[in-house]
Ligand binder design. Sequence first.
Ligand code: ZN
Length: 129
Amino acid sequence: MKICRYCGGVIRLVPASSIYGESAERLGMSEEWLYQCQNCNARVGCHKGTKRPLGNVANEVLRLKRMETHQIFDGFWKKKGMSRTKAYRWLAEQMGLPETMAHIGGFEMEQCQQLIELCRKEKRERSSA
Ligand SMILES: [Zn+2]
């Protein structure tokens, strides 16, 4: 991943602090890395403690979608009393992904939507049972 899929700009590996500044520490990201387009600012995080990207770089629209999906998913499994590990296993299974790919930070638009709908559906089924 060297060239941005949106604008063809150059993608560089940068420390999180270069994007989040001093709040990187507060976000617990001071040791983390991101891939960032030097032209349009599309970006994606890495697997914790590594320089392996979670997925493809995201523009602002996709970044917001990933954040929204994360909030919905986290709310979903916490409410169900699942552990994080169990929640991600459920996600991988439901979406037919290997667990190494089951990271919302690397999802595309359709995958975000798919997960949101899975959470909604599961919630409905359980509450009507
Ligand atoms: Zn770009």
